[in-house]
Write a protein that binds this ligand. Structure first.
Ligand code: ATP
Ligand code: MG
Length: 760
C-alpha cells in the first residue's frame, strides 16, 4: 500500500494524505483515553471535529458536535491537531498537515478577523468582504518597527523592502487568486505600505492615484466581483539609493476588449462609461452629446447600470482628479472622454438592408453623425468603412459590400480597437509621468496582480491564455520554493536529495513546443484562409493526442491537464479572437481622423506591424493589418514578465475567497479547499511533506521533551538529549534528520511526541 500512496498524482488528495498520517500513528497509541479528537468528513464534504468514544479494532464510535453518534472505520478519520495549535499563524506549525486541519486553522483565524496566515514562505489572505481593523498608520508603524509578527501584507512588503536594501536585489510580490479573492485590494495595501515607508518625494501620491484610473478603465462589475480587473498588471516601483520611491512603471496584460461591445446579463462594461454618463459636468456633456447610460446600446445589453454602494458620478470626480495628479493635460483628458463617447455612439449605429443579397448600409442618424464628429472624420468615410471592405485580389482592388453580421462585426471591431488603444495610450501617458529620472539605481519592487487559474463550465480563448499564464507562474513558484527548501537543508548540512516536487514542464511544453504545440498550431491555423475553429480542434487532436497533458474531446473541444486540474476548452471563437483583426479600411479611417486618435493609434499599430510574424499571419485577402496574433503577443509578454521576475526575489501572496456571494461571515470549506489546491498552497504543503517541514533547534527540542526520557542519566548536551528522545520513542530514521543546529522532522512526528507530553 505504501507505493500506492506515494504515487498519488496531483492534485493533492485528501484521502491518501490523511491515511498516511493515520498509518504513521498506527504505531503509536494515538487513540488514547486523553487524545479524543479527529476529523470526520460529512456527506456534504465538510469536516467536523469528532470525539472518539470507543475503539474496537479498526472500528470506532464517534460523536459529532451536533450530538450524533456514529460507528466509523478508522481510516475514515483524519488526525486533528492538539488544541494548543488552534489558530497557529503559520500552517507549517501544524503537527498534522492535512486538509481539514489547514481548513480549520484558516477558518479559526478568519472568524477572529485574522485574515492573514502564513503557509511557510507564502502568505494566505482570505477576503473578509468587510472592513477589518488591520490597516492604517498605526499598523504600518507596528510592522515598520517590527513590534508585531502577525502575518500581514505589510509584513511581507516590509521583508521585500529590507531584502531589496540588504541584498541589493530587486524584489517582486506575486499576488494570485480567483476573481474576487482580493488581489487588487491586496496590491493596493502593499502599495500603501511602500508609499508610507518610501515616500517623501511626492511621487508616491502619483503612484497611488494610478489605481483609481486603471480601475475605472480596466475594471467592471462581473457576476463574481463588483470591481473585477479585466486585465493583468505589473507595477514596478523604483527606489533611490536612500530607499525613497523615485518612480514607477506599469505594464498591463490582455485587456478583455470584448466587454466593450457585449457582456452578460447583470454585469457591466468598464466603470468609466457609467462614470462619464453620470458625472460629466454640463459643458462636457454638451460637447460630447452625452446621454444617460440607458440610452447606449452597448451598456443596455446587460441590463445593469449601477453597483450597490457605488456612486458613479462621485467616482468620475475622483478619476478626473487622479488624471490631473498624473499630469494628463486637460486637453488629453477631453480627447479621452471624446473617444469614450465615440465608442458609446458607435454601438448605437444601425444598418439597413440595401439590396436583395442582404447587403447593408449604416443609417445616417445622429449616432453616425456624433461618431464622425467625435473622432473627426468624414461622415461618408465612416459610413463606407462600416458598410464595405476593400480587398486586394492579385493586383486588382475590389470593393465588397458587407452583410448585416459582417457590418456589425466591423463596427464592434472598431469600438473594441478604439477602447483598447485608448487604454494602452493612457498607460503610456501614466508611465511617462511616473518615469524614473536619470539617477535611477535600478532597485525596484514589482507587484503583480494577475488573474488566477480559471475553470468554468465553458472555457474559451480567454481562459486558455489565463491558464497558460498561470502554468508559467506556477513553475516559477515551484522552482523558487523548491530552491528555498534545498538551501535550508544544505545550510544545516542535511541530506536534501530527498526533496521532490511535481514539475509542470510537460504542460508548458504542450503549450509552447514548436511547431507542434497548442500555441503554434493555433497561430498556424489562424493564418489559413480556410481555417476554422473545427479544423483547429481536429489538428490538435491529430498532433497532440499522444501527449500526456492533452485529451481530445468530442466536437470542437479539447482538455488540458493543468497543474490545478483538468480544463476542457471549447475552440469556438478561438481563431477570430486570436487573429483579432481590424480591417485595413478601419485602420485607414482612424489614421485619417483629425482628433488625437491617429496619435493614440500610431504607436499602437506601428509597434504591431513592425514586428515580423512567424510566417505571414494575415494572408487572407491581403488587406488586413499585419500584426502579431493575440496568443503570440501574450506569450511574448509573458516571457518578458518571467524574465523580469526571475531576476527578483519573489514573495508570494495567495488570495482566497471564502464564499461566492461577496458576503462577510460565510466560510465554505469546499470552496476554500478547491482554491487552496489550485493556487498551490497545498502544493507547498505537499512539497514540505516530502521534505522535513517541522524544524526545531536542538536546545528547544531538549527543553520541551527532555523530561520524557526514562533514562535521565543520559547525555546532558541538547544534541545528545535530542537523539536519546528520538531513540526512546522509536522514531524511524527516515522520519527525521539531524542538522548542525536543528532537528528536521517529517510531518506528524512532533504531534506524536506532543501527545505523549500532554498525557504525561
Ligand atoms: P478580480 O480577479 O476579479 O480582479 P480581485 O482578486 O482583484 O478580483 P478584489 O477586487 O481585490 O478582487 O476584491 C474584491 C472585493 O473584495 C473588493 O472590492 C472588496 O470589497 C473586498 N475585499 C478584498 N480584500 C479586502 C480586504 N483586505 N479588506 C476588505 N475588503 C476586501
Ligand atoms: Mg482585481
Amino acid at each position: 500500500a505504501d507505493e500506492d500512496l506515494e504515487s498519488v498524482p496531483l492534485p493533492f488528495q485528501s484521502i491518501s494524505a490523511s491515511s498516511r498520517e493515520l498509518r504513521w500513528s498506527d504505531t503509536t497509541p494515538y487513540v488514547s483515553k486523553k487524545k479524543l479528537q479527529s476529523w470526520f468528513q460529512l456527506s456534504n464534504g465538510n469536516w467536523e471535529l469528532a470525539k472518539i468514544i470507543t475503539t474496537s479494532g479498526k472500528e470506532l464510535v464517534i460523536s459529532l458536535p451536533d450530538g450524533k453518534v456514529l460507528k466509523v472505520k478508522q481510516d475514515s478519520l483524519v488526525q486533528a491537531n492538539p488544541d494548543i495549535l488552534d489558530g497557529v499563524d503559520d500552517l507549517m506549525q501544524l503537527s498534522y498537515l492535512n486538509e481539514p486541519s489547514v481548513l480549520y486553522d484558516l477558518q479559526y483565524r478568519y472568524n477572529q478577523n485574522m485574515i492573514y496566515t502564513k503557509a511557510g514562505p507564502v502568505l494566505v489572505a482570505i477576503n473578509p468582504f468587510k472592513k477589518v481593523p488591520l490597516y492604517g498608520n498605526n499598523y504600518i508603524e507596528a510592522y515598520r518597527r517590527k513590534t508585531t509578527e502577525s502575518p500581514h501584507v505589510y509584513a511581507i512588503t516590509d521583508t521585500a523592502i529590507r531584502e531589496m536594501i540588504r541584498d541589493e536585489v530587486n524584489q517582486s510580490i506575486i499576488i494570485s487568486g480567483e476573481s474576487g479573492a482580493g488581489k487588487t485590494e491586496t496590491a493596493k495595501i502593499a502599495m500603501q505600505y511602500l508609499a508610507a515607508l518610501g515616500g517623501g518625494s511626492g511621487i508616491e501620491h502619483e503612484i497611488l492615484k494610478t489605481n483609481p484610473i486603471l480601475e475605472a478603465f480596466g475594471n467592471a462589475k462581473t457576476l463574481r466581483n463588483d470591481n473585477s480587473s479585466r486585465f493583468g498588471k505589473l507595477i514596478e516601483i523604483h527606489f533611490s539609493e536612500t530607499g525613497k520611491i523615485s518612480g514607477a512603471n506599469i505594464q498591463t496584460f490582455l485587456l478583455e476588449k470584448s466587454r466593450v461591445v457585449q457582456c452578460n446579463e447583470g454585469e457591466r462594461s468598464y466603470h468609466i462609461f457609467y462614470q462619464l454618463c453620470a458625472g460629466a459636468p454640463p459643458s462636457l456633456r454638451e460637447k460630447l452629446n452625452l446621454k444617460n447610460a440607458e440610452d447606449y446600446k452597448y451598456l443596455k445589453l446587460s441590463n445593469c447600470y449601477s453597483i450597490t454602494g457605488v456612486n458613479d458620478a462621485e467616482e468620475f470626480r475622483i478619476v478626473m482628479e487622479a488624471l490631473d495628479v498624473v499630469h494628463i493635460s486637460k486637453e488629453d483628458q477631453e480627447t479621452v472622454f471624446a473617444m469614450l463617447a465615440a465608442v458609446l455612439w458607435l454601438g448605437n449605429i444601425s444598418f439597413t438592408v440595401i439590396d436583395n443579397e442582404d447587403h447593408v448600409q449604416a443609417v445616417e442618424n445622429e449616432s453616425l453623425l456624433h461618431v464622425a464628429e467625435l473622432i473627426g472624420c468624414d461622415l461618408k468615410d465612416l459610413k463606407l468603412t462600416l458598410s464595405t471592405r476593400n480587398m486586394k485580389v492579385g493586383n486588382d482592388k475590389i470593393v465588397q459590400k458587407l452583410t448585416l453580421s459582417q457590418a456589425i462585426d466591423a463596427r464592434d471591431a472598431l469600438a473594441k480597437s478604439i477602447y483598447s488603444c485608448l487604454f494602452d495610450w493612457l498607460v503610456d501617458q501614466i508611465n511617462k509621468s511616473l518615469a524614473v529620472g536619470k539617477r535611477r539605481t535600478g532597485r525596484s519592487i514589482s507587484i503583480l496582480d494577475i488573474y488566477g487559474f480559471e475553470s468554468f463550465n465553458r472555457n474559451s480563448f480567454e481562459q486558455f491564455c489565463i491558464n497558460y499564464a498561470n502554468e508559467r507562474l506556477q513553475q516559477h513558484f515551484n522552482r523558487h520554493l523548491f530552491k528555498l527548501e534545498q538551501e535550508e537543508y544544505i545550510h544545516d548540512g542535511i541530506d536534501w536529495a530527498k526533496v521532490e516536487f511535481e514539475d509542470n514542464q510537460d504542460c508548458l511544453n504542450l503549450f509552447e513546443k514548436r511547431p507542434l504545440g497548442l500555441l503554434s498550431l493555433l497561430d498556424e491555423e489562424s493564418t489559413f484562409p480556410n481555417g476554422t475553429d473545427l479544423t483547429f480542434a481536429n489538428k490538435l487532436k491529430q498532433h497532440l493526442n499522444s501527449k500526456s497533458c492533452f485529451k481530445g474531446e468530442r466536437d470542437q473541444a479539447f482538455t488540458v491537464c493543468h497543474y490545478a486540474g483538468e480544463v476542457t476548452y471549447d475552440t469556438t471563437g478561438f481563431l477570430e479572437k486570436n487573429r483579432d483583426l481590424l480591417h485595413l479600411d478601419s485602420i485607414q479611417l482612424l489614421s485619417s481622423c483629425t482628433c488625437h486618435l491617429p496619435q493614440i493609434f500610431a504607436s499602437h499599430m506601428l509597434t504591431q506591424s513592425e514586428k515580423p510574424v512567424n510566417g505571414p499571419l494575415h494572408k487572407s485577402g491581403g488587406a488586413d493589418s499585419q500584426k502579431l496574433s493575440v496568443a503570440t503577443k501574450f506569450k511574448g509578454q509573458l516571457f518578458q514578465l518571467m524574465q523580469r521576475l526571475e531576476s527578483t526575489t519573489p514573495h508570494f501572496i495567495r488570495c482566497i475567497k471564502p464564499n461566492n456571494l461577496q458576503s462577510p461571515e460565510s466560510y465554505e470549506q469546499g470552496l476554500v479547499l478547491q482554491q487552496l489546491r489550485c493556487c498551490g498552497v497545498l502544493e507547498v504543503v505537499r512539497i514540505s511533506r516530502s521534505g522535513f517541514p517541522t524544524r526545531m533547534s536542538h536546545q528547544r527540542f531538549a527543553r520541551r521533551y527532555g523530561f520524557l526520557l526514562l533514562d535521565s542519566a543520559a547525555s546532558q548536551d541538547p544534541l545528545g538529549v535530542s537523539v536519546s528522545i528520538l531513540h526512546q520513542f522509536n522514531i524511524l530514521p527516515e522520519m527525521y534528520q539531524v542538522g548542525y543546529t536543528k532537528l528536521f522532522f517529517r510531518t506528524g512526528q512532533i504531534g506524536v511526541l506532543e501527545d505523549t507530553r500532554n498525557r504525561t
